[in-house]
Design a binder for this molecule. Structure first.
Ligand code: COA
Length: 150
């Protein structure tokens, strides 16, 4: 059974492993634990039969939602889990009256770009050399809300 929920301290060990497996500069266990208690962020996990299959994080900056990371474990990809987490974050942003959401993504990461486009994010520019290991440009994507909360 798959369920989505706000990240708990118990999830952080498995989330830190996902980070290490997927990123050159992974978030540490300690920094993830801090996010569990951070009222300015929303970190969520997708849990499949008791195991963390994926997670995603969003910072609330003024009235914007800044998606920091989204990862699904290799064995769980292509099953709609990242889409489920995007849905969850967008609904959460709506409930907090957050109008606009943004993120950065490596320009070569077409899988993630397709995911974001599916949820209404569009490219609004390129940040040259934003990433290292390997050096690469970032695409800056925005999902401008239609609600005009502010
Ligand atoms: C990007 C990632 C989170 C997608 O997770 P996922 O659970 O497999 O994604 P979903 O099954 O929900 O698919 C969502 C959309 O992504 C795109 N997508 C998924 N797999 C794809 C592939 N192999 N090729 C191209 N697009 C793909 C499609 O648009 C898909 O929507 P669709 O099935 O309606 O066409 C996952 O591949 C991952 O963790 N990658 C490594 C970490 C990463 O790069 N994170 C993003 C950093 S910004």
């Amino acid at each position: 059974m798959l369920k989505y929920r706000e990240m708990t301290e118990e999830d952080c060990k498995e989330v830190a492993i996902l980070e290490k497996e997927n990123f050159e500069h992974p978030w540490s266990f300690d920094s993830l634990i801090k996010e569990v208690h951070n009222e300015s962020s929303v970190f969520i996990t997708a849990v499949s039969d008791g195991k963390v299959a994926g997670y995603a994080g969003m910072y609330i900056v003024c009235d914007e939602g800044d998606i920091t990371n989204i990862v699904v474990g290799e064995d769980y990809r292509g099953k709609g889990i990242a889409s489920g987490m995007m849905d969850y974050l967008i609904q959460k942003a709506d409930s907090m009256k957050i109008n606009d959401m943004t993120l950065e993504v490596r320009v070569s990461n077409l899988t993630a770009i397709h995911l974001y486009e599916k949820f209404g994010f569009v490219s609004e520019g390129i940040r040259p050399g934003f990433y290292d290991s390997p050096n690469e440009d970032a695409m800056i994507m925005w999902r401008r809300g239609v609600n005009n909360y502010h």
